[in-house]
Design a protein around this ligand. Structure first.
Ligand code: PLP
Length: 394
């Protein structure tokens, strides 16, 4: 095993936990370990920590504390938003509008609502850059529509969606609007009123908190049935003893992320732009996926025709670079990614995808290193690739 530092460029998958976050969490494992529902002091301390975390997160996104529910992850937040609103509104209508580029936490929940519960799902298209046209959302609305769900920023291609415009349309028509902000949390400013959202999902491990903790913002008055029943925690909307240390950690992490956003976002953007320019310049046939500028600050994603994405990752790993294809399905075995397909990138071209997502520890040197090692990897793979080489030029 090499002792060289791994150049981690997969921050859209997960992030390391910030040591300041660990420090904030530690007392809640061993000293302040009470159950927040217990009446004695230890319990009250844990309760106070949760309510302080709720207040912090609410303030950071322009919400009120009682509109924040803590969950176990971004997936649970998405599931609760969709299923919770669908179940609560099923007598009003059974039509949901979403997009083909959502995370599986949204798409698979919609598919189940359709298959098992008789809901109808409309997937509004996206353009070549992965952008949703708000007018398409407006046109898809019917008297039966009970929910619209469009992600804030896409995990695979980084495109930032026009959430405020879509939210405005949903608001005018009186339809609850959910956004999956798992990739946006801590990276893009969030103001639930300016965005006109009624439900918003967050996940701690995307912004330097641990894996296994999330939050769902639910605007007061939004119909929502709990999907997890039991105790009365989280305002009777999400049963289960709260994960106190992780909740404390998530609030601390979000606070730190927004405190440094004004410096960190432009820094990441500069590194990202250098990476994009370098890759497009040095690798023939490389194509950027997602919008050129309206994208997450540290997110660069590409397709390289004529190669397999999984093979690129293996070679990068040998060069001590941790990256991703951008999608769990973007390998030759499981077929092309539905997100790329929805953007018109099909067949063999879509198989050679690569996502490089930058974060706090990445430096200019890291970017230059990747720009040195990546072109020969693609060249070598193209030489040996069983995939049609002309795909590179399409
Ligand atoms: N939504 C998006 C856009 C994501 O990128 C992810 C994780 O990659 C999730 C939801 C799921 O979050 P979690 O890993 O916390 O379940």
């Amino acid at each position: 095993m090499s002792t060289r530092r791994v150049i981690y460029m997969d921050h859209s998958a997960t992030t390391p936990v910030d040591p300041r976050v660990v420090e904030a969490m530690l007392p809640y494992f061993t000293e302040r370990y009470g159950n927040p529902s217990s009446v004695y002091r230890l319990g009250a301390e844990a309760r106070a920590a949760i309510e302080a975390a709720r207040q912090t997160i609410a303030e950071l996104i322009g919400a009120r504390p009682k509109e924040i529910l803590f969950t176990s992850c971004g997936t649970e937040s998405d599931n609760l938003a969709l299923r919770g609103v669908a179940w609560a509104s099923r007598h009003k209508g059974r039509h949901i509008i979403t997009t083909p580029i959502e995370h599986h936490a949204v798409t698979h929940t919609c598919e189940q609502l359709e298959r098992e519960f008789g809901f109808r799902i409309t997937y509004v298209p996206v353009d070549r850059d992965g952008l949703v046209d708000p007018e398409d959302v407006a046109r898809a609305i019917t008297d039966e529509t009970i929910l619209i769900s469009v992600m804030y920023a896409n995990n695979e291609v980084g495109t930032i969606e026009p959430i405020a415009e879509i939210g405005q349309i949903a608001r005018e028509r009186g339809i609850p609007f959910h956004t999956d902000a798992v990739q946006a949390g801590g990276q893009l400013p969030i103001d639930v009123d300016a965005l006109h959202v009624d439900l918003l999902s967050l996940s701690g491990h995307k912004f330097y908190a641990p894996k296994g903790v999330g939050a769902l913002y639910v605007r007061e008055g939004t119909p929502l049935l709990p999907t997890q029943t039991g105790g009365g925690q989280e305002f009777h909307r999400r049963a289960g003893t709260e994960n106190v240390p992780y909740i404390v950690g998530m609030a601390k992490a979000l606070e730190l992320a927004y405190a440094s956003l004004d410096e960190e976002a432009p820094r990441l953007q500069r590194l990202r732009d250098r990476l994009i320019e370098g890759v497009l310049e040095r690798i023939p046939g490389a194509r950027l996926t997602g919008h050129r500028t309206q994208r997450l600050p540290g997110h660069a994603s590409f397709v390289f025709g004529g190669v397999d994405g999984e093979a690129i990752l293996m070679y990068l790993d040998r060069a001590n670079v941790a990256a991703s294809t951008g999608s769990a399905c973007a390998s030759s075995e499981s077929g092309p990614s539905p997100v790329l397909e929805a953007m018109g990138i099909t067949g063999r071209q879509a198989l050679g995808s690569l996502r490089l997502s930058l974060g706090r520890e990445n430096t200019e040197e890291d970017v230059e290193y990747v720009l040195r090692v990546l072109p020969p990897i693609i060249e070598k793979l193209r030489e040996f690739s069983p995939i049609c080489p002309d795909a590179a030029l399409r």
